[in-house]
Design a protein around this ligand. Sequence first.
Ligand code: F6R
Length: 613
Amino acid sequence: MCGIIGYVGRQPAAPILLGGLRRLEYRGYDSAGLALQAPSGRLTAIRAVGKVMHLTAKVTAELAGTPEVAAPVGIAHTRWATHGAPTEPNAHPHFSGDRRLCLVHNGIIENYRAIRARLEAKGHAFVSETDTEALARLIGEHYQGDLRKAVGQALAQVEGAYGIAVIAVDEPGVMVVARKGSPLVLGLGEGETLVASDAAALVAHTRRVIYLDDGDIAVVTADRVDIRDRHDVVREREVAELGLDPGAVEKGGYAHFMLKEIHEQPESVRNALRGRLDAEHGTAVLAGMGTSARELAEIQRIILVGCGTSLHAGQVGEFAFEDWADLNAEVQPAAEFRYRNPLVGSRDLVLAVSQSGETADTLAAVREAKVKGALVLGVVNVVGSTIARETGQGVFIHAGPEISVASTKAFTGQVAVLLLMALRLGRGRRLSLERGRAVAAELARLPELIGQVLAQNDAIAAVAGRMATAEHAYFLGRGPMHPVALEGALKLKEISYVHAEGYHAAEMKHGPIALLTPGTPVIVLANRSPQWDKVWSNAEECKARGARIIAVVSAGQVGGEQADERIVIPDCDPLVATIPAAVALQLLAYHVARLRGCSIDQPRNLAKSVTVE
Ligand code: F6R
């Protein structure tokens, strides 16, 4: 969602903060701002509406020739509006009433109205509509020369989620940071310390990081960090080594991060599979499942929770758990899980599927499932994220940083890991050695199968060219291709703003078919599968109403020749085929969005990780 970066060191802070904001821009980007602290303690804030480049231009113009150019301390923020429109007054940093301290904040202060009313009654004149300003002013009310203490006292009165970084005029060279429900990571450099809401903002400066825990408050200077937990007890937190490659957060010659990430999938899926396939025994070796073979064998039901694209990955997983592992599996939108009082117990395995590992709804579902005594595992991309740490066990997808807001390689990594889990659980149950070996061999082919889809980029771009002016599109699939259809529609609507819907192919005739008009593109996932002929009849029903059928078919498949367009994916196991099919639909969405001139990596209204309910 929003992004935070802070710096305390000896170099000029402004370029470091602006560079960090650019790396965080994918998280939220309707406005941005920074505050610099001169060695005297004086604070200077600059804010701008729009992308980080607008802030950069403003900072360059306003700081030229001023001593602030060299200010060695600062905090910065890129905002995705929650409370109040994206305007300059609403952009961070926000100041205390006496303007002697300021802060940047991720998350939501749920009781900000009450705090604001109380402060207004005391004479505070708020200048923004944000919840954050209430927190800044509250800290200011408590401040009596000890910033850490004031932050602690103010946060004790706050309900909600926060990751904050605060600096004060009276404490030059000191930054106080705190988190609860919103990630913060400290970066330890030589004579400099950074803080960020996302490790991607730190890679250019250091690899040594400390992930703060919920409830932590840290006092950060250039040479040390002093962390106290929620009980005010001093803590030595583990220093972790960041595995990120700085190049992974650059576009590397591609026009967009999304295109780069689509093309990274042979490698990212290889990373998800690396060392995890046991061809001889026809199974998967998943150390992160941590649980004993006996415990795994006793699992009676799998509940997959996630949001958006991750929910779709879970829906593919559901089919694999049923088909390969003979397990009763169900998918629940994470946002619904804790409110429906789920029937979950100790023999249920809850899988939290999340790229970022920070999605508020998925995190809440994890906590609820743990309270109910279920075994909870994460299927997460970001190592060190809250869900990864709170589940304590699970299987990382190792997709590398995903910068484009629209998820691509994380989705295929999630599906790959869920297929591995299904294979592992299946082999512990009734899946035969022979079938296990066949599945393992198919999974091992995935990087090559994805490569074959990517090789058709130009052909898919041509199909996109013929549907780029359509205002509506429908995606149909059955079985495990139904969630792929949902995902294809989501990708298209997110980045091209074309109205797109995914339906179970058989459902079309029960209502949605009324929407078809001559030429409406209907993308039908009609690859080789036991249900192929059924899917094809559903496609014919649409064609008879004048729809333009774009069929995704398997290489060498007989049938479906009547389609108006064909996108060919390699022939493989129908569950494994969900991944190459998804890649084809990602490319289709990408090219439609490109042809429509959309802001592909940063679509309107969206943010990368959604840390609010
Ligand atoms: C869409 C997309 C979102 C996320 C959803 C959950 O392209 O990326 O739908 O999948 O916000 O996010 P994570 O996976 O981080 O929990």
